[in-house]
Every structure is written in structure tokens, then in C-alpha cells.
Ligand binder design. Sequence first.
Ligand code: FES
Length: 155
Amino acid sequence: MPELNQNPLVVDACKGFGNRPENLIEILHVVQNCAGHLSDEDLRSIADALNLTRAEVHGVVSFYHDFRRKRPGKTIIKICMAEACQAVGCKSIKDHAEETLSTAMGETSVNGDVTLEPIYCLGNCALGPAVMVDGALHGRVTAERFDALVLEASS
Ligand code: FES
């Protein structure tokens, strides 16, 4: 296994899961949680360590919405766009977020402050629209509440 010039974070994550390809998703989560995103170099290193092709690793990363390929903003806001939240108006929250932050879903604001991401169920369906701000779950989010959450996150 070639380890020279590899990111030590990636090497440690792969070793921690026995360099076993069946642990690919867990390894990707560990690397993303530590680095904030999955770089091309990280994916190459993971593929090498697990003896997978780059296409196999890339396929898994692109299949799951949770994996991020670009460096995120300081605050990560996930807006649930799944069915139950759609029924209670998540689209208007999404539109409000995109307009007030001048940032499209899946993108990071120009100043690098906020990343907006769609997510498909936060397990909070009875209290939609659901939004997660830096890992904290919020239910029954209105436009006003959204603005307050953004303000709170930036202070
Ligand atoms: S559908 Fe939005 S939290 Fe489940």
C-alpha cells in the first residue's frame, strides 16, 4: 500500500477501519468530518489504501448527498427538502434562504460565511420544515426563525 505523500488523516482513517473496502462510507465520513470536505487527493489516497478503483470511490461519494467535494463555509445550513417537509413549506424556506444569503442550494456564499445544502430527511418530519445549522436540529422553521438562526450562527 503506497503511503508516501498521503494525507496522514486519510492514512489514519483507513487504518482505523482495517483498510477494509466495506468500511468505505465510514472512512469517508471520518475524513470529511475532520477536513470539512473530500478533496481529489483524499479520494485517490482512500482508493489506494482500500485497493479500490478511483471510480468506485468517486461513485460512492457522488451517490450520497452527505459527502461534500468543496470546502464549506464557516456555517453549514442544511434544509430538509424531503416529502414531509415539502408538505409544510420547506420550499419557501429554501427560497428565502437563497435570496437572503445570495447563495444557491449546494453552494457557499461569496464571503465564505455560509454553505447551503439540501438534505433529504433529518428525522424530524413531525416538526417540519426542518433545518440543521452546524449540526443542531431546528423544527417548525419560519423565514423569521431562519434569519434568527443565521444571525445566531454568525455571532
Ligand atoms: S421530511 Fe424533513 S425531517 Fe423528515
